[in-house]
Write a protein that binds this ligand. Structure first.
Ligand SMILES: Cc1cc2nc3c(=O)[nH]c(=O)nc-3n(C[C@H](O)[C@H](O)[C@H](O)COP(=O)(O)OP(=O)(O)OC[C@H]3O[C@@H](n4cnc5c(N)ncnc54)[C@H](O)[C@@H]3O)c2cc1C
Length: 323
């Protein structure tokens, strides 16, 4: 008989281990079936499939569970971050020191005015968009092609096809170290793929958002979503990636600059620049986070030296990077 192997045992050292153990214990007692995982590889929780271990990771599937675990993390004063589907993150090989709360799942509802909806932060943005379409509400047609959660979209001001989250979000409920409160657009200060929440990572947890839409024809809205989805499937790779790596500089397309800089198909270890869409870096199966960052830097240097343009990153480096 083989022996029982404890693959990732509870660590006994490190600055936060005692506090993390307290959080793990309280999560286990919570009525949500939470399973804290020690030393969980972040590669399992990011769409580009790279990244080393989070000291502790707890997966939550409802707003109540998110609130409970995040409140405990604030009480324990430990470093923690909430992630959604990890579709915009390059997690470091060294992982993350502290607690990562992986948030996917939640409820949504039509508000009393009949044209606004509430979605918990863990709801998939795509399925939320399709749900609003089925209610005959227009506004989230652009959102219907963007992977990730509502929480990630609210933080990043995600956008596509002329739509950005800022166009729909009326207010978002957040939890911070002082408790729960509403944040409105004036405080969110949305601009291209960013917000106050994005610029101060970890300061507040998004619990959900209210979005205002307009009445429309369900079939027509769904048809628009479907045709955009098909366009995407033709023009963007489906292999593991974090989507567009760089923002479009004013008056330019990042993919074109990258292409003209000769970076199409360029490889670094197991990572390469997509031939289909040069603003995507693909994990061919064996890429490490370091491969991806090396390629990002190479692109930046190539575009800077050949086009005299400094590209700005859209993706976020997450965890223990030494940049
Ligand atoms: C194939 C592909 C295509 C893409 N296309 C687009 C596109 O067209 N347009 C676009 O804008 N983006 C695009 N992206 C990027 C990505 O999908 C978006 O940025 C998305 O909104 C991220 O959501 P997420 O849940 O995965 O967030 P994550 O990547 O998990 O997190 C992003 C940031 O939000 C924070 N965060 C997440 N949830 C919470 C929360 N509840 N409370 C507090 N902070 C939170 C995280 O800490 C992190 O700082 C694409 C990505 C891929 C892989």
């Amino acid at each position: 008989m083989s022996a029982i192997i404890v693959e990732r045992e509870i660590p006994t050292e490190g600055p936060f281990e005692g506090k993390l153990a307290t959080i793990a214990a309280s999560a286990l007692q919570a009525p949500f079936g939470l399973k804290p995982v020690w030393r969980e590889p972040l590669a399992k929780h990011t769409s580009v499939r790279v990244g080393g271990p989070a000291d502790l990771l707890i997966r939550v599937r409802s707003q109540e569970a998110l609130r409970l675990v995040a409140a405990e993390a604030y009480t324990q004063a430990i470093p923690f971050r909430v992630i959604g589907d990890g579709t915009n993150l390059i997690a470091a090989e060294a992982g993350f020191r502290g607690l990562v709360i992986r948030n996917h799942g939640g409820d949504r509802r039509l508000c009393a005015d009949g044209v606004s909806v509430w979605a918990d932060a863990g709801c998939s943005l795509i399925s939320t968009a399709r749900w609003t379409a089925s209610l005959g509400l227009s506004g989230l047609e652009g959102a219907a092609t963007i992977p990730g959660t509502v929480g990630g979209a609210v933080v990043n001001n995600a956008g596509a096809y002329g739509w950005t989250a800022a166009d729909s979000v009326v207010r978002t409920k957040v939890l911070d170290r002082h408790g729960e409160r509403w944040m409105y657009p004036d405080e969110l200060r949305y601009s291209y793929r960013t917000s106050t929440l994005k610029e101060q990572p970890g300061n507040a947890v998004v619990l959900g958002a209210e979005m205002r839409l307009t009445p429309g024809d369900a079939d027509r809205i769904l048809a628009t979503m479907q045709s955009r989805l098909e366009t995407r499937q033709r023009t963007q790779p489906t292999a593991p990636s974090s989507g567009s790596v760089f923002r479009n500089p004013a008056g330019h397309s990042a993919w074109k600059l990258i292409d003209e800089a000769g970076m199409r198909g360029k490889e670094r270890g197991g990572a390469h620049v997509s031939a289909l869409h040069t603003n995507f870096i693909i994990n061919g199966g064996s890429a490490t986070a370091d491969d991806v960052l090396a390629l990002i830097r190479e692109i930046e240097e190539a575009v800077r030296s050949r086009m005299h343009i400094s590209l700005k990153r859209e993706i976020e480096l997450f965890g223990e990077w030494e940049e």
